[in-house]
Design a protein around this ligand. Sequence first.
Ligand code: NAP
Length: 256
Amino acid sequence: MPRLEGKTAIITGASSGIGRAAALLFAREGAKVVVTARNENALAALAEEIAAIGGEAAILAGDVRDESLHEALTKLAVRRFGGLDAAFNNAGVLGAMGEISSISAEGWRETLDTNLTSAFLAAKYQVPAIAAGGGGSITFTSSFVGHTAGFAGVAAYAASKAGLIGLVQSLAVELGARGIRVNALLPGGTDTPANFANLPGAAPETRGFVEGLHALKRIARPEEIAEAALYLASDGASFVTGSALLADGGASVTRV
Ligand code: NAP
């Protein structure tokens, strides 16, 4: 039995990487998906791919920093598919990086707006729709960075990702009685454009360094992280809420 049969899910950051892999996996597991990111062409290509495997996707391009996008996404899920059961709020950026004195207030705010405030805005509109259907699941993509490991030069990113865990804990308690589970998913290094090793201009040895941070001595494929997102969205995780689920290849416990 497909694990999301009859469910509708919103997935943000679906034009690339983890969000794209999750959209395909959720659709393969029976979910109708509402996918968003700024790159509309990539969303259209994704929707075609989903249709080709027999799934259904609605696309809406926009910037997760805009409150109106989140309201429109939830309305689209309800209008097109009859309700909302799950959300994978996954869009994010590494954002402003560098030694603390070099980070501008604007860069800091942009990073926090994209990674953290967007999550609040998403939940604000998703919660009433999920509650109206009797409950469901909300997952936010955080990171082991800022939770179990500190790295120099990523203060804004780490603060934004740690902030998501506070948001999750509060919402899990606030929404549990309404049958809404809320969790954070903490990937390790994943082979997407957002990985340090894949940044333009990254030194060739950076990849080996990033791989070595993990007990498994490699980084993840986006599809492996999507499996963890599927688990949190599905009834298989029916007693999991308020958690910070590590899918980090052992990066959090590796010291040498
Ligand atoms: P990615 O391939 O670069 O995907 C990032 C996604 O977020 C894209 O779809 C991008 O779409 C979207 N996005 C970024 N800024 C946005 C904005 N302002 N408005 C709307 N959408 C926006 O990287 P990824 O690795 O899959 O990242 C997914 C999540 O995993 C992020 O939250 C990231 O921080 C987290 N994460 C990644 C790693 C890693 O090593 N890759 C590790 C831990 C956590 P558009 O550009 O089309 O808007």
